[in-house]
Design a protein around this ligand. Structure first.
Ligand code: SAH
Length: 470
């Protein structure tokens, strides 16, 4: 089976840097189920094509069944696996292009961040539900999709089409996003429900889905199919997606997971955790009578837009280090539109780093650090403490962070694993209190603790909140 990736960007052979595979070489990578080859049929300055050819060995596939082979249950010698772009190709891609999929490119870091013109071709993609399915999943991601059914036998037109399509995707995207989308959507389109689910499959889905899956109109179906309909895993994954930074405003509801919920599972529709967390922060600000607020690490601006709609608040600002996150925030707040109807409370939404003292952080009654501290490298946390509690010095600081003890309640989260790939740590309740008590006494605050989300008698609530005041 074959996958080709073509770009027509300037200096097109830089594709080799992005993929970490030199255009002049033919390389092979042994897989447990065959051999993957990477080569460049075309490597010019204006046009460059990389090919991943996967040679599946049906005998190896049978021998390795159940041991790390994605398609173990297809343990027969005769099947479509050698020819069809399925989870085996996805798995080989993840192995061969691992660094590219993480979006890392040390010699050209800016290129890895930049959308580039791409054409991706898969000659034989199994597409359950027909060619429309490929359009349905790829178009919302910004691709032009051509999915042409492959006839069962071109000699016998009356036999009709097979369930395979020749897929051509054309668009301008970051290469890492394109690869991650393929990685998730190939097995989803195949929907063979037989591929092997590794214990960290939810983590892989969240990692590969970063930046696109939470906002995809078919995220629930994608998640369900990717996780082969395993209810517990699907629920965990949708819960974590709803919590993701790029989740859309209308929060994802893990209760929607089942198409037909089993009779005994008449779970109440729950308010997503991200929503409960924002409500808890707003409540704390009301309780502390803090009307001028700055959201530090505001991400895509969900809390900002909530504060902007609440007449209690008189002045609201936000800052984040990530330009990508801020561009979502500006769009959400319609920052460029005049007049800004509900937004006259919004003072400023600007790029800033919490590790450096900045006069723009000063002059507010309250600062919010909602799900931010766990994204800061531990050696830099002291700088953030000094900047926020010392230099900016508001009267109130509200901090929320995951409660690591609660992670055992998430099915599919490997023991010791964290909820998000960008988290640098996750604290237990005792660890959070030790940190918060120390910071409070160093800077003259009192701190009270509020659990957010269902407070489990054994492991506590999923989110912990500290409200600092003086
Ligand atoms: N507060 C938002 C976003 C949480 S994600 C919410 O709860 O939805 C964490 C955010 O912190 C990211 O947007 C990240 O870019 C930002 N961040 C991490 N380190 C930062 C730093 N040193 N300075 C400013 N922002 C930072």
């Amino acid at each position: 089976m074959l996958l080709t990736i073509t770009t027509s960007m300037d200096q097109a052979t830089d594709l080799g840097f992005l993929l970490h595979k030199h255009p002049d070489r033919v390389q092979r990578f042994e897989q447990s189920f065959g051999t993957a080859h990477v080569f460049y049929p075309d490597a010019g300055e204006r046009h460059c094509t990389a090919a991943l050819l996967l040679d599946v060995d049906p005998v190896k596939l049978v021998r390795t069944r159940g041991r790390g082979t994605p398609d173990f249950s297809l343990g027969q010698y005769v099947n479509d696996r050698p020819y069809a772009a399925s989870s085996l190709l996805a798995s080989a891609m993840a192995n061969v292009f691992r660094t590219a999929m993480r979006g890392r490119c040390d010699p050209r870091p800016e290129l890895a961040e930049t959308p580039i013109p791409l054409e991706i071709v898969l000659p034989a993609l199994p597409c359950r539900g027909g060619a429309r399915q490929a359009e349905r999943y790829f178009e919302p991601l910004g691709w032009d999709v051509s999915a042409v059914p492959v006839p069962l036998d071109p000699e016998f037109g009356e036999w009709g089409d097979s369930r395979y399509v020749t897929l051509t995707l054309t668009g301008t995207l970051r290469l890492a996003d394109a690869l991650n989308q393929l990685y998730v959507l190939l097995p989803v389109l195949d929907d063979a429900k037989h591929y092997w689910l590794a214990p960290d499959e939810v983590d892989k889905l969240i990692r590969s889905g970063e930046g696109w899956l939470a906002a995809h109109p078919d995220r629930n179906t994608i998640t369900r199919r990717y996780l082969a309909n395993r209810r517990g895993l699907v629920r965990t994954a949708l819960g974590r997606l709803a919590d993701a930074e790029d989740a859309p405003e209308e929060a994802l509801d893990p209760a929607e997971v089942e198409e037909e919920p089993a009779a005994e599972e008449t779970e109440e529709k729950s308010v997503p955790l991200a929503e409960q967390r924002m409500q808890a922060v707003v409540q704390a600000l009301h309780d502390e009578n803090a009307r001028r607020v700055i959201d530090l690490g505001c991400g895509s601006g969900k809390l900002l837009s909530l504060l902007a709609k609440d007449a209690f608040f008189s002045e609201v600002s936000g800052t984040d280090v990530s330009h990508r996150a801020l561009s979502h925030a500006w769009r959400r707040l319609r920052w460029d539109k005049q007049p800004r109807r509900e937004n006259d409370r919004v003072q400023d939404v600007f790029q800033g780093a919490l590790t450096y003292a900045d006069e723009r952080f000063r002059g507010y009654e309250a600062a919010v650090l909602m799900e931010v501290v766990e994204h800061v490298d531990p050696p830099r946390l002291a700088a953030v403490e000094r900047v926020v509690f010392g230099d900016a010095s508001p009267r109130v600081v509200v901090v929320t962070t995951p409660n690591a003890e609660h992670n055992v309640r998430y099915e599919g989260l490997a023991p010791g694993a964290m909820r998000h790939p960008d988290h640098r740590f996750e604290w237990t309740r005792a660890e959070f209190r030790a940190w918060a008590d120390r910071v409070a006494s160093a800077h003259g605050f009192r701190v009270r603790y509020v659990p957010v989300g269902a407070d489990d008698p054994e492991v506590g609530a999923p989110t912990q909140m500290g409200v600092f005041s003086r």
